[in-house]
Design a protein around this ligand. Structure first.
Ligand code: NAP
Length: 265
């Protein structure tokens, strides 16, 4: 196995489940010391136990909807091992609600986690990376960050906003040694659809057919880690659905024709 992250310190949010969990384990497997964050301490302990060297894994439970808790967590994460070299922003929630029905409060909550928490942590961590001349920022976007689909209007908007903000950041810190990778997975078999917000903001509580048939998070992590190490601008990883990204660019009419059939299951 390659060890592309030996002696690097990674902070992974959303590390208690799914994509964040798999990326955290992958980074630990390639030599990184890892700080794991999410709300559920029990799940973080489970993930730590599955990492190759559990004593090089620190747990930092935090509710990223809370701005003061984010500040405290960013301070603690950087203090844990003296620095953060790799910041993985995987915490997120999806949506299963029609645009005209979703309550504004649930849209705001989704944005607070999927967009504001991500850029806040970047604001708190990236200056240290720039000062040291090395860093990898991994923003877990989605195919939906390029191609909005029915039932996910706020989720698509938040992921698009991530592209806008982090593309601008990338240009601003060009040449400093800090690279920004926007990871755009297709369907991945995780808890995402269980926690997806319905119109009133309550969790959907259902495993969607598309998600159930998605790729395994470990496969995603295996394919994402080389892109992260190299600091690639974007990585599109998944099944056939990933083709929607180039298709939308080159054949937008075809994608617009197909999308109304893509209602959530
Ligand atoms: N699965 C897919 O098909 C797919 C596709 C494209 C992109 N993505 C993106 O991948 C990322 C990870 O999602 P996933 O698929 O791995 O879903 P998941 O299994 O539901 O994981 C979501 C993670 O976010 C954490 N989280 C949720 N609310 C939080 C909060 N308030 N504070 C701190 N952490 C919180 C959860 O931990 P706690 O509950 O313990 O807090 C969990 O670790 C998301 O950004 C999602 O948009 C997923």
């Amino acid at each position: 196995m390659q060890r592309r992250f030996t002696d690097r310190v990674a902070w992974v949010t959303g590390a208690s489940s799914g994509i964040g969990e798999a990326l955290a384990r992958g980074l630990a497997g390639e030599g990184a010391t890892v700080v794991l964050s999410a709300r559920r301490q029990v799940e973080l302990e489970r993930v730590r136990a599955t990492c190759p060297e559990p004593d090089r894994v620190r747990l930092l439970p935090v509710d990223l909807l809370d701005g003061e808790a984010r500040l405290a967590a960013a301070t603690a994460a950087q203090a844990a091992f003296g620095r953060i070299d790799v910041l993985v922003l995987a915490a997120g929630v999806s949506q299963r609600a029609l645009a005209l029905e979703a309550e504004l409060a649930s849209v705001r909550r989704l944005f607070e986690l999927d967009f504001f928490a991500a850029i806040d942590l970047a604001r708190l961590v990236v200056p240290g990376m720039v000062a040291r001349g090395y860093g990898r920022v991994v923003v877990v976007s989605s195919v939906v960050g390029h191609v909005p689909t029915p039932g996910r209007s706020a989720y698509a908007a938040a992921k698009h906003a991530l592209h806008g903000w982090f593309d601008a950041l990338r240009a601003e810190i060009h040449g400093t040694g800090v690279r920004v990778t926007l990871l755009c997975p297709g369907y991945v078999r995780t808890q995402i659809s269980h926690h997806a917000l319905r119109a009133d903001g309550s969790p959907q509580g259902v495993l969607d057919r598309q998600i159930a048939r998605g790729m395994e998070p470990e496969d995603l992590a295996r394919r994402a880690l080389p892109a992260i190490a190299r600091g690639r601008r974007e990585a599109w990883i998944g099944g056939w659905e990933v083709a929607a990204i180039p298709l939308r660019r080159w054949l937008p009419g075809l994608v617009a024709w197909r999308l109304p059939h893509n209602r959530p299951h």
